[in-house]
Design a protein around this ligand. Structure first.
Ligand SMILES: [Zn+2]
Length: 129
């Protein structure tokens, strides 16, 4: 887990107020944006561990780490829609580009990388046929 300092929270605060983040601050907090080829490479080398086949309702572990497949950012902010129990609706967005990167909609939380990983598997399965 990464150390969260006050700048990070400032970032969160600005986003939840719908303000635009100055580019310099973005870069300082999130590091440089990944290149398209780096993102492609990272998606190709993804691994997803479901804990055990019978535990698939538990959130998957994404290796080497979770990232946004649109820009490569590893920070997210979550929105809990706070719908009434027992229903669950939580969404997770990339902190940099604000694309949706995950969701739990009356289900386990799934990250968009899990779908990309499954696509990778399907593609390599097709290649070996
Ligand atoms: Zn992003």
């Amino acid at each position: 887990m990464k150390d969260l300092d006050h700048r990070y929270w400032k970032f969160h605060e600005l986003y939840s107020d719908g303000e635009k983040i100055p580019r310099k601050l973005k870069k300082e907090l999130l590091g440089p944006r990944w290149s398209k080829s780096k993102i492609r490479k990272m998606i190709k080398s993804l691994k997803v561990n479901y804990r055990r086949p019978d535990q698939r309702h538990l959130a998957a572990i994404i290796l080497p780490f979770e990232f946004c497949p649109y820009c490569g950012c590893t920070e997210t902010f979550g929105v809990d829609h706070e719908i009434s129990y027992p229903d669950v609706w939580i969404e997770s967005f990339c902190l940099r580009c604000r694309e949706k990167v995950g969701e739990a909609d009356n289900s386990t939380f799934s990250h968009v990388l899990e779908y990309l990983y499954e696509e990778n598997l399907e593609q390599s399965a097709r290649r070996t046929v």
